[in-house]
Design a protein around this ligand. Structure first.
Ligand code: ATP
Ligand code: ZN
Length: 299
C-alpha cells in the first residue's frame, strides 16, 4: 500500500509531450507551484504532485511504484512492456486512458532509391532503431531474420553513416525523413500519448482522485471539439434542421414567445461546427444562429 495520500504523476521533463501533459492537468483544474529544483510541481488545490523525468523512465517509475500515474507515448509503453517480458518480469503498469496528443507512428524507412516490397525486403539486412523489442516482434511475426542495430538516438543518420541499411523510427510529418533522404515504407505501430497507472492497489483517497481525474480528462477531451449551438427554426423544417446538426444527441426545443411557427433549438455538438454547416442550416430555414465554445463538460 502507498505511504501517502498524494498522487504522484510522472510527466516528460522537456520534450514533445511536456506542454500538452501539463496543459491537460491544468484544464482538469490543477493549480501548482514549481519546486526549486524544477524536478517537481506540487498541486495546491488537489492532492497531486508531478515528477518531471525523461519519457523513457516513466514506465519504470510506475513499475517501481514511485509514481502512481504517468503520461507517456504508446511507443514507449509497448517497448518497455516487451522489454520487461523478455526479461521474465511482469510489467507493473496498465494503460488506462488514451490522450488526444503525441500522435505519431513507428515506421520502417528506406533510403531514397532503394526498393521496399514488404517485410521480406528486410531479410538479412541491418535495421537501426531505438525500439528493438517492437521491431523484433514485427520481424518475428513476419518470419524475417534481420540484424537489429539498437541506437539511443540519431537513428535517421545511421544509413548515411553506413551503420544500417534501413531504419525503424518515429514519424509524424515525415519531414525529418525527407531531410535525411529516406522514405517511409511501412508503419509498424500507431502511437499517441496515454495514461498508465500502477496495478498495485492504492489508498481509497488516491483511488478516488484517479477516478475523478479520469472523468475530468474525458470532459476536457470532449469539449475541445464541442460547440454549443443555438438557432431559431421553422417548426415545419425541424426534422431537416436536426439532421444537419453535427454530433448532437437530444437538442432542447423551446417555444418562441409570439411566434407559433418557430422554435428555438439549443444543442451541444460534439464535433466542430464549420461554416458549411451554418450555411446548410440557413438554407434549411434556420435564423439567428449562434455557435458558442463549451468551457467544461461532465457527462
Ligand atoms: P527525453 O529526453 O524525454 O527522452 P525524447 O527525445 O525521447 O525525450 P521526444 O522527441 O520529446 O522524446 O518525444 C517524446 C514522445 O513524443 C515520443 O516518445 C512519442 O510518443 C511522441 N512523438 C510525437 N511525434 C513524434 C515525432 N515526430 N518524433 C518523435 N516522437 C514523437
Ligand atoms: Zn526519450
Amino acid at each position: 500500500m502507498d505511504k501517502t495520500t498524494r498522487l504522484k504523476v510522472a510527466l516528460q521533463k522537456s520534450g514533445r509531450l511536456t506542454d500538452n501533459s501539463l496543459d491537460l492537468l491544468v484544464r482538469c483544474g490543477l493549480k501548482y507551484s514549481r519546486g526549486k529544483d524544477q524536478l517537481m510541481c506540487y498541486g495546491e488545490n488537489m492532492p497531486l504532485d508531478i515528477l518531471f523525468v525523461r519519457d523513457d523512465d516513466i514506465p519504470d517509475l510506475v513499475q517501481q511504484d514511485v509514481c502512481d500515474l504517468g503520461i507517456v507515448g504508446l511507443n514507449v509503453i509497448e517497448e518497455k512492456r516487451l522489454a520487461f517480458e523478455a526479461r521474465g518480469v511482469t510489467p507493473l503498469f496498465e494503460q488506462i486512458m488514451l490522450l488526444d496528443f503525441g500522435k505519431c507512428r513507428l515506421s520502417i524507412a528506406v533510403p531514397d532509391g532503394v526498393r521496399y516490397d514488404g517485410p521480406q525486403s528486410l531479410r538479412g539486412k541491418r535495421i537501426a532503431t531505438t525500439y528493438p523489442h517492437i521491431l523484433g516482434r514485427f520481424l518475428r511475426q513476419h518470419d524475417v531474420e534481420a540484424e537489429v542495430v539498437t541506437l539511443s538516438g540519431a537513428v535517421e543518420i545511421a544509413p548515411r553513416l553506413g551503420r544500417a541499411d534501413f531504419i525503424c523510427d518515429l514519424v509524424s510529418t515525415g519531414s525529418t525523413l525527407v531531410a535525411n533522404h529516406l522514405w517511409e515504407a511501412q508503419t509498424i505501430l500507431e502511437s499517441q500519448a496515454a495514461i498508465i497507472r500502477t496495478p498495485v492497489p492504492v489508498s481509497t483517497e488516491k483511488q478516488d482522485w484517479i477516478h475523478r481525474l479520469g472523468l475530468r480528462i474525458d470532459g476536457v477531451q470532449q469539449v475541445k471539439e464541442s460547440k454549443y449551438i443555438m438557432l431559431h427554426a421553422p417548426r415545419a423544417r425541424l426534422a431537416e434542421i436536426r439532421k444537419l446538426l453535427p454530433g448532437t444527441e437530444a437538442p432542447t426545443i423551446v417555444p418562441l414567445e409570439g411566434a407559433n411557427d418557430k422554435v428555438a433549438v439549443h444543442a451541444v455538438c460534439r464535433e466542430n461546427v464549420f461554416w458549411e454547416t451554418l450555411e446548410g442550416l440557413k438554407a434549411a430555414g434556420a435564423s439567428s444562429i449562434l455557435v458558442l465554445p463549451v468551457e467544461k463538460m461532465l457527462a
